[in-house]
Design a protein around this ligand. Structure first.
Ligand code: ADP
Ligand code: ASP
Ligand code: MG
Length: 384
C-alpha cells in the first residue's frame, strides 16, 4: 500500500486537481492499494483565518471574504465534475458552506475567535477540498470515499498545534482501514480530542497526517506531492539556482525542516522513521522526476553539505557577566526557568570562557523570556 499526499499548491484550481487525479489513477494502476490525503485548496486556510479575524473584529467585511471562499469552491466544483452531476454535488457543498456561515456569524456576534473556534473554522478548508475531490473521483468512475481524519487522529487540546496521541490514533486508523476497499480521500491537517473537539496539527500539518496514517498502516512509501522537484539545496524563493537533493536521511530532513525548509512539516519524519518507511517528495508539475527520497540510508554522496535553510524571524537572548564564569548550574537554571514557562529554545551556544550564553527563541516569547530570566537571577543581578 502507498499513501499519497497533495498540498494546497497542487490543488489550487480545477486544472491542477485534474492533473492530481491523473497521478492518483496512474498510481492505482501499479499499486495494490492507495490512500490519498489532501490539504485545503491553495490559499483557503489563510483566507479562513482572515475571515474569522474580520468577523471577530465585528467587521461586516467578513461576508465579502466568505463570498470569495464560496465562489472559489463552487467554481472548482463546476469546472471539475460532469454538468449533469453538478446540482447533486452542489447541495452537499452548499450545506457545508452554510455551516461555515453560521459559525462566522457566531464569531461576529460574540466578537471573539478563540484558538478552539479557529481550529473548527480552519477545518472547513480540508473538509471542503476533500469532499469536492471525492466527487471528482466518483465522477470519473473511481469509487472514492470522503474520510474525515478527525475520527482517526486523536490529540490533546493544545488547539492550533495539537499533540497526537499515537497509541489511540494507530488503533483508530487500523480499525478504520480494515474493511475499506474503496479509495479513501482523507482530510489532512485536522484531528480531534477525545471529546471530539476539532484540533489541528500546526500550519502545514497535512504532511504529518500522511505520515501518521502511512506509519499506522505500514505502507511501503509515503509520497508527499508538492510544487517543487523535492527537497532543494535551499529555499527556491530565496536562491535561484537551488537544485534537488536526491536523498536525505530522516535526521537531515528533520534538521532542514526544523530550520525553515517549508517543503516538509517537521514532525512528518517521526512516524515514518520509527517504522523505517521512506518518504518521497515529488512534484505534481513534473511527475516523472524521481524527487527526493528521505530514508534511513544515505545514498547521495555528491556533496558534503546537503542544504541550507533559514528562519526569518528569531530573537537572540544573551545572558552574560563575569559572575557566570566557573559557576556550576547557571545553564541549568537558565534553561530550566524557560522550560517551566513553556518557552521552547531553538538554539543554544555558550562561550568557552562561560562568560556568556546565547539562546535563540521565537520572537513572540522575547519579552516573557527576558522577564523570567531577570526573575531567576534577581539576586545575582542585584549583587552586580
Ligand atoms: P504544499 O502546498 O505542497 O504543502 P508548501 O508551500 O507547504 O507546499 O511547500 C512547498 C514550498 O516550500 C516550495 O514551493 C518552496 O517554495 C518552499 N521551500 C522552502 N524551502 C525549500 C527547500 N529547501 N526545498 C524545497 N522547497 C522549499
Ligand atoms: N491547509 C493547512 C495549512 O495551510 C495544512 C496544510 O496545508 O498542510 O496550513
Ligand atoms: Mg506544506
Amino acid at each position: 500500500m502507498k499513501i499519497l499526499k497533495f498540498g494546497g499548491s497542487s490543488v489550487g484550481n480545477a486544472e491542477r486537481i485534474k492533473n492530481v487525479v491523473d497521478i492518483v489513477i496512474n498510481s492505482l494502476k501499479v499499486n495494490k492499494k492507495v490512500a490519498v490525503v489532501f490539504s485545503a485548496f491553495q490559499g483557503i486556510t489563510d483566507l479562513l483565518i482572515e475571515t474569522g479575524n474580520q468577523a471577530a473584529l465585528g467587521s461586516n467585511i467578513y461576508l465579502t471574504s466568505l463570498e470569495t471562499i464560496t465562489n472559489k469552491h463552487k467554481t472548482i466544483l463546476r469546472d471539475l465534475v460532469k454538468h449533469e452531476n453538478y446540482n447533486e454535488y452542489e447541495v452537499i457543498v452548499e450545506r457545508r458552506l452554510n455551516e461555515l456561515y453560521e459559525l462566522l456569524q457566531g464569531v461576529f456576534l460574540i466578537k471573539e475567535l478563540t484558538p478552539k473556534t479557529l481550529d473548527y473554522l480552519m477545518s472547513f478548508g480540508e473538509r471542503l477540498s476533500c469532499q469536492i475531490i471525492t466527487f471528482c473521483f466518483n465522477d470519473k468512475n473511481i469509487i472514492a470515499e470522503f474520510c474525515d481524519a478527525r475520527k482517526l487522529i486523536k490529540t490533546d487540546d493544545n488547539y492550533n498545534n495539537a499533540k497526537v496521541d499515537l497509541l489511540k490514533t494507530n488503533i483508530k486508523i487500523k480499525e478504520n482501514f480494515e474493511n475499506k476497499t474503496n479509495l479513501q480521500v482523507i482530510t489532512g491537517f485536522i484531528s480531534s480530542t477525545v471529546n471530539e473537539e476539532t484540533t489541528t496539527l500546526g500550519r502545514g500539518g497535512s504532511d504529518y497526517t500522511a505520515s501518521i496514517i502511512g506509519a499506522a498502516l505500514d505502507v511501503e512509501e509515503i509520497e508527499i506531492w508538492t510544487d517543487v522537484d523535492g527537497v532543494l539545496t535551499a529555499d527556491p524563493r530565496k536562491v535561484n539556482n537551488a537544485f534537488p537533493v536526491l536523498n536525505l536521511s530522516y535526521e537531515e530532513a528533520m534538521e532542514l525542516s526544523h530550520f525553515g525548509a517549508k517543503v516538509i512539516h517537521p514532525p512528518t519524519m517521526y512516524p515514518a522513521m520509527v517504522k523505517q518507511i521512506p518518504i518521497r517528495i515529488k512534484n505534481t508539475f513534473n511527475p516523472n522526476f524521481v524527487g527526493t527520497i528521505i530514508g534511513a540510508k544515505n545514498t547521495d554522496f555528491r556533496f558534503r553539505i546537503k542544504g541550507i535553510s533559514s528562519i526569518d524571524e528569531v530573537s537572540i537572548l544573551r545572558v552574560q557577566g563575569p559572575g557566570m564564569v566557573g559557576v556550576a548550574g547557571i545553564a541549568k537554571r537558565l534553561l530550566g526557568s524557560l522550560a517551566v514557562a513553556g518557552i521552547n529554545i531553538i538554539l543554544i551556544s555558550q562561550a568557552s570562557s562561560e562568560h556568556s550564553i546565547c539562546l535563540a527563541i521565537l520572537p513572540k516569547y522575547t519579552a516573557k523570556a527576558k522577564k523570567i530570566i531577570e526573575q531567576e537571577f534577581v539576586y545575582e543581578i542585584k549583587d552586580g
